[in-house]
Design a binder for this molecule. Structure first.
Ligand SMILES: [Zn+2]
Length: 209
């Protein structure tokens, strides 16, 4: 069987919620150095489009922005990745039933205030509430706003009790199974990899006997 190759186009969105999919935009948390999928501003646009944060039209606008504002875009990307690592730190600690670091919460709050400063609502025809981002800039931070909203929602509901860490790749995911029994981020990729690793180890031990 060919090993599954993760790229921005193929990587599984198994986190169960937007903010955890964002945290999982590296190949494997246990590999050092960590293999990064979002290396360039264009990767960020691609990922934002893949996760449906930005439309085709926004994607084109952002690509034009990046080509005309390279240095600014790089600075924004640096901030975006820093926020991702803060979210990883907070959610991983919660998955391990530990308190997040004070510094991570401080940065989280600052980014939360920034993002929610642009949050408006509209009431639709069927009285549904629609969140609208009143963000006028065309820059890379736009895609960060709904991620912060997703992170806030996860942190302020009981759902956070269901955050788990995949023992094979370190991705974080929401275990929505009835009996809280999900072990892997993805059964097909990580579940099978671990199974075949165990099988390999077992056959090595048997061969030695
Ligand atoms: Zn995994």
């Amino acid at each position: 069987m060919r090993p599954f190759i993760r790229t921005i186009e193929t990587l599984e969105l198994d986190g169960g919620t937007l903010c955890l999919n964002f945290v999982n935009s590296v190949k494997n948390r246990f590999e050092k150095p960590v293999y990064e999928f979002i290396k360039t501003p264009d990767d960020w646009i691609l990922w934002s489009h893949r996760t449906q944060i930005c439309s085709e039209l926004t994607k084109q606008r952002l690509s034009k922005y990046v080509s005309e504002n390279k240095e600014k875009a790089l600075k924004e990307l640096k901030r975006i990745i820093e926020v991702r690592e803060v979210l990883y730190g907070i959610f991983r600690n919660i998955a391990l039933k530990k308190s997040p670091l004070t510094e991570d919460i401080r940065i989280f709050n600052s980014e939360l205030s920034f993002s929610f400063g642009f949050l408006n609502i509209e009431i639709g025809d069927n009285l549904e509430t629609i969140p609208i981002w009143n963000y006028k800039e065309t820059d890379l931070l736009y895609s960060l706003l709904p991620i912060m909203k997703s992170a806030y929602e996860l942190l302020t509901t009981d759902l956070k009790e269901h955050i788990k860490e995949c023992p094979n790749c370190g991705w974080l995911y929401l275990d929505k199974s009835k009996n809280n029994s999900r072990i892997w981020c993805n059964m097909k990729t990580c579940g099978n990899t671990m199974k075949s690793k165990k099988y390999y180890e077992k056959s090595k031990i048997l061969a030695k006997k």
